[in-house]
Design a protein around this ligand. Structure first.
Ligand code: PLP
Length: 387
């Protein structure tokens, strides 16, 4: 019998299954299950955003299109960032991708080759290290700090992990799953590290709008200059309940325009025009929906934190950003077994901390985006199952 896995390029056949997807596959068919394992709400995409895609399809926009993204969307991205950060952004810094995940893939493929190292704070979302491994690189985990009930990045440890082989620091702030947020001062330190060592910063800022100590989380875009070694990765998925649309964007130096165009052409060959039309509406006319989502998440954070504390076993840290609670359960050390049990006994789907790399074991991740009713019900089911 042919060993097909052996016939593949080295890292590919041996990539572990995503520990999040494993849980989803285990429980997705359960009747009445409350799925809080993935990073999405229970809201559909708003009607006025969907309407733009439908009209676009109806007028025949079903062809190939611009590889960098349609000009209207790149302009809308420039307007959105200008509004958000109070400084002028030009459209030639924005490139449309087929999801935030593809933005990560492209960034990593542009930078990382065989034997290269990329520093990745851990615990963290597993897809970035997986993309680095697929490219032949080595993710170098650096532990996050946990103190005073909050997770934070350890800039000293990140600096100490830089070697001759380091090509990039991959940073996700606000972070999935811990909610850690880089302060403006820490972003400046990161920028100085990048300049001093001539290494790239890949900044995954998909949760930038879900920030609980102000309007928008501090961004690399505010402290880096356009000619710094910076790629910012983002998505339409989270802000506008568009996880199924698969559209994201990269903010990159305009000099990389041709490279970005090539990377899209030689992978997906572009993002559907009709999806992009919907994204223009999301950016220009989606603020009310987004503010409502942020308001709900702010209330959900309190609801979940207070609710789980009632179990007397949950060890709960209040996240500063993103929409996840990453909590421990006293006496439980096998998060995968616990998450499987909670599917069976509480009919609630959570992601096991072990899926998030070194430092994640012993925790569970709960997504608190979406309606409060659903979360209240989840808490009611979780408390007895955890007691
Ligand atoms: C930290 C982080 N980055 C990027 C993404 C990618 O989102 P998408 O591929 O849906 O655009 C996610 C999705 O969960 C995420 O949590």
């Amino acid at each position: 019998m042919t060993d097909f896995l052996q016939k593949l390029r080295a890292p590919i056949g041996h990539l572990p299954e995503s520990g999040i997807v494993e849980l989803v596959n285990y429980g997705r068919e359960r009747e009445g299950l409350i799925p809080l394992w993935a990073g999405e709400s229970d809201f559909p995409t708003p009607d006025h955003i969907m309407a733009a895609a439908i009209s676009s399809m109806k007028v025949g926009e079903t062809t190939y299109t611009y590889q960098r993204g349609i000009p209207e969307l790149r302009q809308a991205l420039a307007r959105y960032h200008t509004r958000l950060y109070g400084q002028r952004f030009e459209m030639d810094r924005f490139y449309v991708t087929g999801s935030g995940m593809q933005a990560i893939q492209i960034a990593v493929q542009c930078i990382v080759g065989e034997g290269d190292e990329v520093i990745v704070p851990s615990p963290g979302w597993p897809n970035a290290p997986a993309a680095i491994e697929i490219a032949g690189g080595r993710p170098v985990p650096v532990p996050l700090h946990f103190s005073d009930g909050r997770w934070s990045f350890d800039l000293e440890a990140i600096a100490a992990a830089i070697t001759q082989k380091t090509r990039a620091i991959f940073i996700n702030s606000p972070a999935n799953p811990t909610g850690a947020v880089l302060s403006r001062e820490e972003l400046l330190q990161l920028r100085d590290l990048s300049r001093r060592h001539e290494i790239w910063i890949c900044a995954d800022e998909v949760y930038g709008r879900f920030f609980y100590d102000g309007d928008v989380a501090p961004s690399t875009l505010e402290v880096f200059e356009p000619d710094d070694l910076l790629l910012v990765l983002n998505t339409f998925s989270k802000n506008w309940a568009m996880t199924g649309w698969r559209v994201g964007w990269i903010v990159a130096p305009p000099q990389l325009g041709q490279v970005m165009e090539n990377m899209v052409q030689f992978s997906t060959s572009g993002v559907p025009i009709f999806s992009q039309r919907a994204c223009v509406v999301a950016l220009d006319e989606g603020e009310m929906f987004l503010k409502h989502q942020i308001d709900l998440a702010t209330r959900a954070r309190d609801l979940i934190v207070e609710g789980l504390r009632q179990s007397n076993r949950a060890i709960v840290a209040r996240p500063g950003g993103a929409f996840y609670l990453f909590f421990g359960v006293d006496g439980e050390t096998d998060s995968r077994a616990l998450a499987l049990r909670l599917v069976d006994e509480a009919n609630v789907g959570l992601a096991p901390g072990s899926a998030f790399g070194p430092g994640g074991e012993g925790y569970l991740r709960l997504c608190f985006a979406g309606s409060l009713e659903r979360l209240e019900q989840a808490v009611e089911r979780l408390i007895p199952a955890l007691k």
